[in-house]
Design a binder for this molecule. Structure first.
Ligand code: IMP
Length: 204
């Protein structure tokens, strides 16, 4: 039998995520009761969180998307490149950046500067996850879903080489080196019905 390595553990399960997103919705909605905000989602990681968050916000709102250069680049240099910019003119608007995870803070710091230069009325950020211990640049984050330890996480929009975004909960990778050597390492554990899959399940 093929050795699939240690099964990943759920750090936060789907119910825990759902509950916290609803709470965030009820904390955020009153702040924007007067004027419809523009929620800015940073592709692709935050798209799953955004789609749940907007449905937890019983207010008029708009959404827009930005795409910026990859994690590796941002981590090494702090220089972030815009691959897709907003369609919306945010001058005078209430802008809420929706992030999946704030790690070093370099990406969010860049976004806050870039969007702040467009003279929005207000600029705030909500992140589902905060790896505060890894921060290089201090950057304000108005709402945090969960503060998590320095572990590499996958699922609920977060990926490795484009894989794993569709895991409903959030899993912690316990062997990053092994995943780097084989990016689809956990596929047979998570989706055993796929060709070549194994019947074993990740621990819940
Ligand atoms: P920062 O610029 O270091 O704060 O990085 C933020 C970006 O790094 C996120 O939007 C993710 O794309 C990526 N990232 C950081 N930590 C993780 C993780 O544990 N899993 C997956 N992606 C991550």
């Amino acid at each position: 039998m093929t050795d699939l390595g240690p099964a990943p553990d759920f750090l936060i399960d789907a119910d825990g995520l759902r509950e916290r997103v609803l709470e965030l919705g009820s904390e955020i909605a009153p702040v924007y009761a007067a004027e419809p905000p523009v929620l800015v989602s940073v592709l692709k990681g935050s798209s799953v969180f955004l789609s749940d968050l907007v449905r937890a916000l019983p207010i008029e709102l708009e959404i827009d998307f930005m795409s910026i250069s990859s994690y590796g680049g941002a981590q090494q240099s702090g220089v972030v490149r815009i691959l897709k910019d907003l369609d919306t003119d945010v001058e005078g608007r209430d802008v809420l950046i929706v992030e999946d995870i704030v790690d070093t803070g370099l990406t969010l710091n860049y976004l806050r500067r870039s969007l702040g230069a467009r003279r929005p009325r207000t600029l705030r950020c909500v992140t589902l996850l905060d790896k505060a211990a890894r921060r290089i640049v201090p950057v304000p984050v108005e709402w945090v879903g969960f503060e998590i330890p320095d572990v590499f996480v996958l699922g609920y929009g977060l990926d490795y080489h484009g894989i794993y975004r569709n895991i409903q909960g959030l899993i912690a990778v316990n062997d990053v080196a092994r995943l780097a050597a084989q990016p689809d390492l956990y596929v047979p554990l998570l989706w055993p019905q796929q060709p070549g899959g194994s019947p074993s399940e990740p621990s819940a």
